[in-house]
Design a protein around this ligand. Sequence first.
Ligand code: FES
Length: 176
Amino acid sequence: MLPKEIEQTIEAATRRYPQRRGACIEALQIVQRHHSWVSDDDLKELARLLQMTTDELDGVATFYNLIFRKPVGTHVILLCNSISCWIMGYERLREQVTARLGIAFGETSADGRFTLLPNVCLGACDHAPAMMVDEDLYGDVSPATLDPILHQYGCAGTPGKGDGERTTADHEHQAR
Ligand code: FES
């Protein structure tokens, strides 16, 4: 059951569209902000409010990869795997992040603190490789800057497999 204030916020959103269903993405985001993900029960409740079928709304929810249909950790890390980031060190960054957190893409750490997801271009190609933690965008992420970033969110991970030696390219990139 959605809290009354959430229902009212969604109700207000529906008034901005000619049809109630026009507010579906906004409504999914509102629920996700409140619950951190969209459960089956939330989806049914939302579909009723938006006068959609549950299947229709689920189709929208699963189309957008930033609507979470499974529980996620306290912090969601999105690692860009598009072309600029790929060229500028995505693979090394992925190895380092997965080693620090002890999880693969699509997984949540055992302490429930982090969920790691791949993502298409984050719009920071000129600062590749890039990643987001929750709403915070980080560019020019290097082996040296990754740990301080993760520590801000409570990662106590220690350097592990996948760190490797820094290359000249890394040093050059860091200096940009
Ligand atoms: S390709 Fe990674 S931010 Fe654009």
